[in-house]
Design a binder for this molecule. Structure first.
Ligand code: ADP
Ligand code: MG
Length: 439
């Protein structure tokens, strides 16, 4: 049996920046422990203090109050057991790959005779053999980040701290590098006992970590924690993975009345308890982005229609859509983004679609439509079939409008698609498959 070996412990850690009127609390009363063998991800919207926490863990800055303990000792000055990999590649442009890594070894006190052979080993480890004599400018972003990892590993840190290490890379390089890091980590090939990674990508966090710690802001604090005990390599389209994403999204979405009403339909009940609001996915995305960027996540509902230049009645439908999907809450005339809404507003288009899909497919309307389509011969059915079914519950004009809305949302989420030449609704091909990419 493994014994618990606590490496890191944060006790009531707070950090403020600035003085006087300018004083600003970045994180407040953080309590967190990391055991040997753990891979922990810190997840939260930008500005919630993730980098501030990592800087305190590595000892680059000190807490304003509270204490960071490493192996039971308060960290004073730079923490010799922890190293950081930043999102941008801090390599010396005038040194070759080999010299960049050797320099880190030199700083650590590695003797001259073994420095170069050790550097070559590390370069091999991160899959960069053959590029020892290359200069950083000759490498792609992904390759430079690998050298960054090799440099960090040269120090043989007990605790490897990663600050959004993949966010400056293109999608494919990021994916490849994540996979390689996980292979090294799960294969026990890293000279490292624990990893603390900052991310603002939910799926990245869930696909890599043993524990996801979710943070909120104003000031930065820990909202909740999730244990992820799925085996590696994790498959994003596997039911267990999706169920977990759904649970985490649910936890950070906040409960709203429209959502509870919509999703609360008992199984087997005649399905459509209420009507989908007549709002489009692009209007939703625009509204969330606006509230996030222009109003810091909260604003007066009745200011929004002027700002966005849309009719109040349209705006209210969009607000209801946001509530139904768990992206916002309305209270006392203000609309407030939930944590999930903040993450959505900051996410790339692809990630937005994924978040949207996870939330939309819980709605009875989509459950019903997708179930019908999955059962159909070529996973498609005439529009008229859905219309006829809906006409039993709604007047014709509402039934038609409901289908329009469902198609708009379904297209955005890549759940379903509609071809108006043959008037057929079909399951989006990315939905039907059970297992996809190995991440
Ligand atoms: P995250 O990494 O989660 O995006 P940060 O830790 O970088 O968050 O920042 C948290 C908050 O502290 C932000 O509002 C940021 O503007 C502020 N902040 C960060 N560093 C400094 C600094 N050196 N001086 C003043 N404010 C800072
Ligand atoms: Mg940061």
């Amino acid at each position: 049996m493994e014994t618990r070996e606590t490496l890191l412990r944060l006790e009531n850690v707070s950090r403020a920046y600035g003085f006087g009127d300018r004083r600003f609390t970045a994180v407040e009363k953080i309590n967190l422990e990391i055991q040997a063998g753990e891979f922990v991800a810190l997840l939260g919207p930008s500005g919630c203090g993730k980098s501030t926490l990592l800087r305190m863990v590595t000892g680059l800055i000190a807490p304003t109050s509270g204490t960071v303990y490493y192996r039971g000792q308060p960290v004073r000055g730079v923490n010799p057991y922890a190293t950081m990999v930043f999102q941008s590649f801090a390599l010396y442009p005038w040194l070759t790959v080999r010299d960049n890594v050797a320099l880190a070894l030199e700083a650590r006190g590695e003797p001259r005779e073994t420095r170069y052979s050790r550097a070559e080993q590390l370069i091999d480890l991160v899959g960069m053999d053959g590029f020892e004599s290359a200069y950083p400018r000759e490498l792609s972003g992904g390759m430079r980040q690998k050298v960054g990892f090799a440099r960090a590993l040269a120090v043989e840190p007990e605790l490897l701290c990663l600050d959004e290490p993949f966010s400056a890379l293109d999608v494919l390089s990021a994916e490849a590098l994540r996979g390689e890091l996980m292979e090294l980590w799960t294969g026990g090939l890293l000279p490292t006992k624990a990893i603390l990674m900052v991310s603002h990508n939910i799926e990245e966090a869930i696909s890599m970590a043993d524990r996801v710690v979710v943070m909120g802001k104003q000031p930065g604090h820990i909202v909740s924690e999730f244990k992820i005990d799925l085996p590696h390599p994790r498959q994003r389209k596997a039911p267990a993975f999706e169920a977990l994403i759904d649970r985490i999204y649910g936890a950070i979405a906040g409960r709203t009345e429209p959502e509870a009403k919509e999703v609360g339909t008992p199984p087997g009940a005649p399905g459509l308890t209420r009507i989908l609001p007549n709002a489009s996915a692009s209007a939703l995305a625009g509204m969330l982005e606006h509230i996030h960027e222009m109003h810091g996540g909260r604003c007066d509902l009745y200011k929004l229609d002027e700002d966005l230049g849309i009719e109040l009645s349209d705006l209210l439908q969009t607000v209801e859509m946001a509530e139904m999907l768990g992206f916002a809450q309305v209270e006392a005339g203000d609309i407030q983004l939930t944590l999930l809404g903040q993450i959505f507003a900051e996410a790339s288009i692809l990630t937005r679609k994924e978040i949207f899909a996870m939330r939309a497919r819980r709605l009875p309307m989509f459950q019903w439509m997708m179930k019908m389509l999955k059962a159909a011969a070529d996973q498609s059915l005439p529009w008229k079939v859905f219309f006829a079914a809906l006409s039993l519950e709604f007047p014709d004009d509402i039934a038609e409008q409901q289908l329009d809305v469902a198609i708009d949302w379904g297209r955005y989420a890549e759940l379903i698609d509609y071809d108006d030449r043959d008037e057929v609704i079909r399951l989006d091909p990315s939905q039907g498959r059970a297992v996809d990419l190995v991440r």
